[in-house]
Structure formats: C-alpha cells, structure tokens
Design a protein. Structure first.
Length: 308
C-alpha cells in the first residue's frame, strides 16, 4: 500500500481494497442478506447514499431512520421503513434519502463484519463522497451524564490508537486517525440552546463491557474499588472522556477504506460515580437521540450546501 491509498478524499468513489473481488461472479453480502446478482438494482436502490450511520441496536437504527425521514421531509405518508437486511436477523439496514441507517451489534468483531459488507455495498452501488458515522452510547468519565462526546482520539485498553487484528497468523495494526475537520464541523452543530453539552475528547474502546471497562458488577472481577478508582484516575490523566466498544475499529476501518468517519456517543452515566446504568427508558431514548440530532444537523447542512 502506498501512502496515497490511505488519503481520505471526499471526491473518490467507495473503493474495495481487494483484487479478488473482481473475479466473483456473484458477491454474497451474507450478513446483510444482499448480493450482486442484480448489480443495477443495487445501484438503483443505494446509488444516492452519501451518509451511513451505524449504531449498536437495531431498534435505535430503525428509530433513527424515522427521525431522519422527518428531518429531511421524506416519507410523508408515514410508511414503515423497509429493512433491506430483513433476510437475516444479524443486522438491520434502513434508508432515508441519502442516509443509510445500519445496526452493528456489540463490539469490534461484530462492527467489522457489517462494515466490510456495507463498504462493498457502497462500492457496487457506485456511491461517491460517502461519510460514515457511529452514533452510540458510552460511559462518561467525569462528564455530565447525557452529554455527547465527539471522539477526537480513540485508544484501546493500553492507550494505543492502533486497531489490532490477526491476519494469516500475523498481527496487523491499523491506526485510528480522526478526521479533524469533520469533528470540528460536528462540534459546530451543537447549539447554545441544546439541553445537553457536546464535548470533544479521547474515547477508550474496550473488548468487553465489564472487566475491561473496570466494572465491579460483572460475573468476574479480580480487582477492588480502590484499584478501579486508581484506573479511573489514569483514564483522566490520559484525557479520556468516555468508554465504549467500537470507536477504535470504526475509525481505523474508515481510514483504511479511505472513507471520512466520526464517532458521536452520548454518555449514559458517570463512571467516576457508578458502574450500572440507572437511566430510565424514556430518558435513555431522549439521550440516544442527542448524537442523532447532531449528525442530522450536519447532514442537513451538507445537503443544503450541495443542493440548496
Ligand atoms: O452503539 P451502542 O450503544 O451499542 O454502543 C455501546 C458500546 C457497546 O456496543 C454497547 C454496550 O452496552 O453500547
Ligand atoms: O458504560 C458504558 C455505557 C454504554 N456502553 C459502554 O460500552 N459502556
């Protein structure tokens, strides 16, 4: 790979960095239940996609497509959104105009599978100038619960910003490099009259929700409250604002694919104060909407700038 291949360029089509793909008569995007047997259909259905928004839960992503439809003034008849991945129960894929809304499940392996297939889908559909977002939830570190954190750096449990994988028995490291312009533009989508704050910060991305996030309430735990609080202090020393489970892989894969990407997560609790999530369902739903609002404002600005 030369350095140019890694440059994120807004005007390039979505590429697939795999020479073997060309020799497939039909490519089966198995986990989203789509294939290339009718490639023109993929282009017709998805060729206008400019923004792909990922989030863990299928119902959140179904809610997001309703929200974005309303925000963009689409689907005025109120039809139920179509799940294009309905042939599988692994993930969901919805579409509202130029926006695709995709669930990724929990953790980087689950994210990576759907990410591969969505990149290929965007490629086959001949999409251009596509931006990816992760709109998620997280645990805050000394941040008011309900705040939105825009990830300006993602690190793993050893504070490394490399996403590590094993390929053919070898360890491969891919850097998670944040698109600073995109983060700045998203930050500008926060408003003074928002009833929540939007902050930029470092996100720690873990392999697990319990032990790896220093929780004392999992099924396993070999440390005590004092150890946990010492670790929390270390996180603060590294300017870590929140913890979740996908940002590192997501940003590294975006970079590797040459796609602009950003992560916006609401914090559900302050980990300096508690381990368990006590926010009630109505409030959780409102809070989950906050990163969606920011991304929607960004999308509307972009669409306005391009077409309005
Ligand atoms: O997008 P979501 O809310 O799924 O992100 C976080 C990180 C894990 O996937 C999950 C853990 O509860 O929430
Ligand atoms: O504490 C939390 C909350 C949401 N998601 C996480 O990964 N951690």
């Amino acid at each position: 790979m030369n350095s140019e291949q890694n440059v994120v360029c807004a005007k390039t089509p979505v590429r697939v960095r795999n020479p073997h793909i060309k020799s497939l008569s039909v490519d089966h995007l198995y986990h989203i239940a789509l294939d290339t047997s009718d490639i023109n259909k993929l282009e017709t259905l998805f060729g206008d996609v400019k923004f792909v928004c990922f989030g863990g839960s299928p119902s959140r992503m179904e809610g997001f497509v309703d929200y974005i439809n309303r925000e963009l003034g689409l689907n005025e008849n109120g039809h139920c959104p179509q799940n294009y991945a309905a042939g599988t129960d692994r993930y969901c894929v919805y579409k509202a105009g130029p926006v695709l809304s995709v669930s990724h499940g929990i953790g980087m392996p689950s994210l990576s599978v759907v990410f591969n297939e969505i990149v290929k889908l965007m490629h086959y559909a001949k999409c251009r100038d596509v931006t990816f977002f992760r709109i998620g939830t997280s645990g805050g570190i000394g941040v008011e619960p309900g705040s939105v954190v825009l990830t300006e750096k993602a690190v793993d449990g050893e504070f490394s910003h490399f996403y590590k994988m094993f390929i053919l028995g070898k360890r491969v490291e891919r850097p998670a490099i944040v698109d600073e312009d995109l983060i700045r533009d998203l930050e500008a989508c926060g408003r003074d009259d928002d009833d929540f704050q939007t902050v930029k910060g470092t996100t720690m991305c873990t392999e697990d929700f319990y032990e790896c996030q220093a929780r004392l309430d999992g099924a396993f735990c070999d440390f005590n409250e004092e150890d946990k609080m010492a670790f929390m202090q270390t996180l603060k020393d590294h300017n870590i604002c929140n913890i979740e489970m996908e940002s590192l892989g997501f940003l590294a894969l975006c970079r590797h694919a040459g796609i602009k990407g950003a992560v916006a997560c609401v914090t559900l609790l302050d980990r300096l104060k508690q381990d368990y999530i006590t926010v009630d369902i109505p409030k959780l739903k409102l809070w989950q909407l906050r990163p969606q609002m920011l991304i929607s404002r960004y999308i509307k600005k972009k669409i306005g700038a391009e077409f309005g």
